[in-house]
Design a protein around this ligand. Structure first.
Ligand code: SF4
Ligand code: SF4
Length: 367
């Protein structure tokens, strides 16, 4: 068991509510949080960070709870855990100074980055080769007249490498805070399976209750579309790299290539999924909100929506003189996404998977 002290107000609040839940245990079949809670008598800092990242904010335990406000015990686990998750993302982020930079102004900073990078790319091309900015983009290599391929690789490869490194550092800090635990092939298999299926995002099988007591599967569907849309976009970029370097075939590509098919399907998934998540977020019951959202969650979903829509618009209009401007905007969104990845809701997927690995191992030990 991890005995690190509770150091923040959100940690103390989750530990307080877990004390009530551990005596009650009415919700033990709903999700992974309660079986993990029952393995503990006391809750240290790393424990509550871990438990909060097992929670999917489905709302079921709030609507089921006889101790929810106005009861004096004031148990509202979805809200308390959401507040702790947001606080824990910032606390574990690497480097710590950057986390504070993004903590309160996620949406503003992301939008500023998108606009600044789009203006920078557009201005750069305007100053050096205005004709390239307004040329259509059907012929091979047209994108690289707007920005040379090597420049693109250096800027975006550098931003992505930093984002991956900073994200890994953050997850390692989170993992260490919860205490040492072996990572076995069995726990990895179980955790990746649960993450891929979004197990536990269904209120124990009935559906998500983020809007009211009436369960719905919409949030799970939009999560799936967003997640698999993102993976398809990643597959598109990866196959594009293979085409460029191994087949000596520069972008853009015809519609029948895997690069294009993955990209279009991924863009549609991202657009519908992220758009749906934003609508679900607006419909969310006010009691389930964390009251501490600094905007990064919203900024991340907006960035995903912009990634999908700007990519699709670029695909549709690439044969027109708008191609250069649209490419600059899309690249601006991609850059903003990479730079903000370690400091926003993106890490939620990494922390959640790490928590599921820990949970799978713990549960295997007691069987
Ligand atoms: S959320 Fe409420 S009903 Fe559920 S275990 Fe906790 S105290 Fe009991
Ligand atoms: S909100 Fe849902 S996922 Fe989170 S603790 Fe309650 S029942 Fe579990």
């Amino acid at each position: 068991m991890n005995l690190a002290a509770l150091t923040t107000a959100p940690q103390e609040e989750v530990a307080r509510q877990m004390g009530v839940c551990n005596a009650c245990r009415y919700c033990e079949g709903i999700c992974a949080v309660f079986p993990a809670m029952e393995l503990r008598r006391t809750f240290a800092g790393g424990d509550v960070d871990y438990l909060s990242n097992l929670c999917h904010n489905c709302g079921a335990c709030y609507f089921d709870c006889q101790y929810a406000p106005p009861h004096p015990f004031a148990v509202n686990m979805p809200s308390a855990m959401a507040a702790l998750r947001e606080e824990s993302y910032a606390r574990h982020a690497w480097p710590p100074a950057a986390a504070h930079l993004f903590e309160r102004n996620g949406l503003t900073i992301t939008l500023a980055l998108i606009i600044a990078v789009a203006i920078f790319i557009g201005g750069f091309v305007w100053a050096s080769d205005p004709a390239a900015l307004f040329a259509s983009g059907l012929e091979a290599g047209a994108f690289y007249r707007v920005m040379p391929h090597n420049t693109m690789v250096a800027i975006f490869g550098g931003a992505l490498a930093f984002a991956i490194f900073a994200s890994i550092m953050g997850v390692m800090r989170f993992w260490r805070a919860a205490g040492p635990m072996p990572v076995t092939p069995t726990s990895l298999w179980r955790a990746f399976g649960d993450a891929a299926k979004l197990r536990y995002l269904d209120g124990g099988g009935m559906g998500c209750m983020t809007e009211s007591e009436r369960p719905s599967d919409r949030r799970k569907l939009y999560h799936h579309l967003t997640f698999y849309g993102f993976l398809l976009c990643f597959a598109s970029t990866s196959t594009g790299t293979v085409f460029h370097y191994l087949l000596d075939w520069p972008a853009p590509y015809p519609w029948w290539t895997p690069v294009k098919i993955f990209g279009v399907l991924g863009g549609i998934g991202l657009t519908i999924g992220a758009g749906g998540l934003l609508i679900e977020g607006a419909r969310k019951h006010p009691a389930l909100n964390s009251n501490g959202d600094g905007g990064l969650g919203q900024a991340f979903i907006w960035t995903l929506l912009l990634l999908g829509t700007t990519g699709l618009i670029l695909t549709v209009l690439r044969s027109t003189p708008a191609m250069g401007i649209l490419l600059a905007i899309h690249l601006g969104v991609v850059f903003a996404f990479f730079v903000t990845m370690p400091y926003g809701k993106f890490v939620h997927g990494l922390y959640r998977t790490a928590a599921l690995i820990r949970h799978a191992h713990e549960q295997a030990q007691i069987k």
